[in-house]
Design a protein around this ligand. Structure first.
Ligand code: ADP
Ligand code: MG
Length: 404
């Protein structure tokens, strides 16, 4: 994980206050605009989004806040309009001319911002010169989608600066394009959709084919979502992600369908020998994960936490064995959660996000939250030698303007 010590305080109010202050320290005046967009956690439905399947994420109450103000001094006579962005988390700044935007080197954080600026300029919006400070309480690179939260926050800021709004779905897709074209990450729609459409008290069952979102009420005070950050990042994520996508495309092609969404487990079984062991297991994960996700949405609607939890454990097993995107540390956290079990207060747990590090998500009895956190922390520290970072969260509001 990048610079965890610089992740802002957890409440939105505190994060916004820090952004405000940081802007004053950096640019010497109070910012007019403050906007916020949340990270997300996916309860179930992993590696299904790019297979036109189902996902069940929620926005979390961790936000990327952007503070900004117009700066007329930046528009020199000959230099045209430009913007300066400062990341309080990374301690770096960059200036970008608001003409034709060029990508930075791969892996550079400025690409997420530039991609969104380019999307607005392509739509022929005329942006003013401005300064902005980014302050985030979403851990960077932890699988909670700080990248989409950053993109959506920049897009929300540009809407506010222009005193306009684009359709929420178009905004999410513009941000996804930014991630594809500028950051070079061929992500599905889940992250940006979650950050844009997040609502308090509901998960979102997203059909990644039709792009329809069905809210799944999550209001019971008896259960809590616990996120545990393994604090490891194996740097495999990018290349392995691409390989999994290619394997899924190859499986769909061999099976003669547009995507794995169109295959049943029985259909897969018939063709398993032609596909070969690896591709067969990849496809089996995707197909079974779609079934589990729909089933979990029903279970959550019925507040059947035992079933929802079992489906989360089964999802982890499938990601570990068939899709092979877990790692020792994530397996350890899920094993500890399994040992705690329903009696100890854990209904279910699984890795969340792309894999090879990052976080687990657990469905926990609210009454047992303190003891579950304690057991997870101490056993993980003892076995892995790393102190995990844990926080409880609830579904949170999507992107919005705090001050205009
Ligand atoms: P995740 O989205 O799961 O957090 P990614 O690797 O997709 O992980 O995105 C993390 C990257 O997004 C960071 O390495 C950085 O480039 C960029 N990013 C996210 N938040 C910030 C921030 N507050 N300031 C600067 N860059 C950020
Ligand atoms: Mg990301």
């Amino acid at each position: 994980m990048t610079n965890p010590q610089n992740v802002a305080s957890s409440t939105l109010e505190a994060c916004a206050r820090q952004a405000d202050q940081h802007f004053v320290e950096t640019f010497g005046c109070k910012p007019r605009w403050l906007v916020a967009s949340p990270g997300r956690v996916n309860l179930i439905g992993e590696h299904t989004d790019y297979n036109e399947g189902f996902v069940l994420p929620m926005a979390i109450d961790r936000y990327v806040v952007v503070a900004a103000d117009i700066n007329t001094e930046l528009s020199g006579k000959n230099s045209g309009k430009s913007a300066v962005f400062h990341s309080a988390n990374l301690g770096g700044s960059f200036r970008v001319s608001l003409g034709k935007i060029k990508k930075s080197v791969p892996g550079n954080w400025t690409n997420y911002v530039k991609g969104v600026l380019a999307g607005f300029l392509e739509r022929e919006f005329s942006l003013p010169s401005f300064n902005a400070v980014i302050q985030s309480s979403v851990p960077l690179g932890g699988g909670l989608s700080s990248s989409a939260a950053l993109e959506v926050s920049v897009a929300t800021l540009l809407e506010a600066l222009l005193d306009t709004s684009i359709l929420p779905k178009e905004k999410a897709l513009l941000c996804q394009q930014a991630e594809h074209q500028f950051a070079g990450v061929p992500c599905g729609i889940m992250d940006q959709f979650s950050s844009v459409f997040g609502q308090e008290d509901a998960l979102m069952l997203i059909d990644c084919r039709s792009q329809e979102i069905k809210p799944i009420a999550f209001t019971s005070p008896d259960v809590t979502i616990l996120i545990t950050n393994s604090s490891v990042d194996h740097e495999l994520a990018g290349s392995e992600y691409r390989e999994r996508r290619q394997q899924c495309e190859a499986a769909a092609k061999s099976l003669g369908v547009p995507s794995l969404r169109d295959v049943t487990l029985a259909g897969l079984e018939k063709s398993s020998t032609e596909l070969g062991d690896t591709i067969n297991r990849r496809a089996r994960h995707v197909i079974s994960e779609n079934i589990r996700t729909l089933h979990a949405a029903d279970a959550i609607c019925a507040e059947d936490w035992n079933t929802a939890g079992e489906l989360m454990f089964a999802s982890h097993d499938s990601l570990r064995d068939d899709y092979e995107v877990s790692c020792q540390e994530l397996d350890l956290l899920v094993d500890i959660a399994r040992e705690i079990g329903v009696e100890g207060g854990v209904y279910g747990s699984r890795m969340t996000g792309g894999g090879f590090g990052g976080c687990t998500v657990s469905l926990v009895k609210t009454d047992s939250l303190a003891s579950v956190k304690q057991t997870l922390s101490s056993r993980y520290l003892k076995s892995a030698g790393i102190a995990p970072r844990l926080f409880a969260t609830r579904p949170a509001r999507g992107a919005h303007v705090i001050r205009a």
